[in-house]
Design a protein around this ligand. Structure first.
Ligand code: 6PG
Length: 239
């Protein structure tokens, strides 16, 4: 499939490139809608991007108008080392003056993942209204088997047409996860895939070779965000 690839020699340069583009989108979003919304991704790759954001633009980002959401979360306590929220809190949120009300994590403290997913949809509806929203930026990662957010190959969430968020069981640890569904992720204005490291080279090549992305077994291909999609790669992943 056709992919707009921006390749950098290493992850540090990749992060600098992504951050520059995020700030361009922030300016555009504020001029049009007076707010900027971003769905953060989890895992390991983005943590240095968030740290760079705090370091380089901790003071000149208009945090009062920036709202942080998550594309997916692990159903673990917020202080669990596996929590995507905890990773973002440690690398970014605790280091910048963003109002607490602008940070919208999944409430994984709720008794069941199903309740946490339904609660997140209610939070999204409260903020955006009842039309499925388009995030100004949605950051997405790529798993070696082609998953993105917590949409794994064969997941029922891939065919969801109503719910904006779902609880899913992942084939990786921790298995209980929460994810936005394609109902939302296919509406993002700007989707930035962040893919780094030699381990991702094989799956990236499979995506490039994919002839029918919409019916691909790989969720990172079958997800078809309507807006701009940029693949930010380091050389190790891009080959
Ligand atoms: C998560 C992520 C997930 C991640 C990929 C890549 O909760 O783990 O949202 O989709 O982006 O698994 O993870 P790495 O960046 O750790 O390779």
């Amino acid at each position: 499939m056709k992919m707009d690839e921006h390749v950098y020699s290493d992850l540090a340069k990749l992060n600098a490139g992504v951050l520059e583009e995020i700030h361009r989108v922030i300016e555009d979003a504020l001029s049009k809608r007076r707010k900027f919304t971003i769905a953060l991704s989890g895992g390991h790759t983005p943590s240095q991007l968030y740290a760079l954001w705090a370091e380089k633009h901790g003071t000149d980002t208009p945090w009062d108008s920036v709202h942080l959401f998550w594309g997916d979360e692990r159903y673990v306590p917020k202080d669990d080392p596996q929590s995507n929220y905890r990773m973002a809190r440690e690398s970014l949120i605790s280091r910048v003056p963003i109002p607490a009300g602008n940070v919208h994590p999944f409430r994984t403290e709720l008794p069941t993942p199903e309740e946490a997913a339904a609660d997140y949809e209610a939070e999204l509806r409260k903020f955006f209204g009842d039309e499925p929203p388009a995030f100004d930026v949605q950051l997405l990662g790529l798993g070696e088997e082609g998953h993105t957010a917590s949409l794994f190959p064969g997941s029922p969430a891939l065919n969801e047409k109503q719910r904006w968020a779902m609880s899913v069981t992942a084939p990786v640890q921790p298995p209980r996860r929460l994810t936005l569904t394609p109902v939302l992720l296919n509406r993002g204005r700007n989707t930035f895939f962040l893919v780094a490291g030699g381990k991702k080279r094989e799956i990236l090549q499979k995506l490039r070779d994919e002839q029918n992305p919409e019916s691909s077994e790989y969720p990172a291909a079958s997800l078809q965000p309507g807006g701009r999609i940029i693949w930010y790669l380091d050389k190790a992943a891009a080959g």
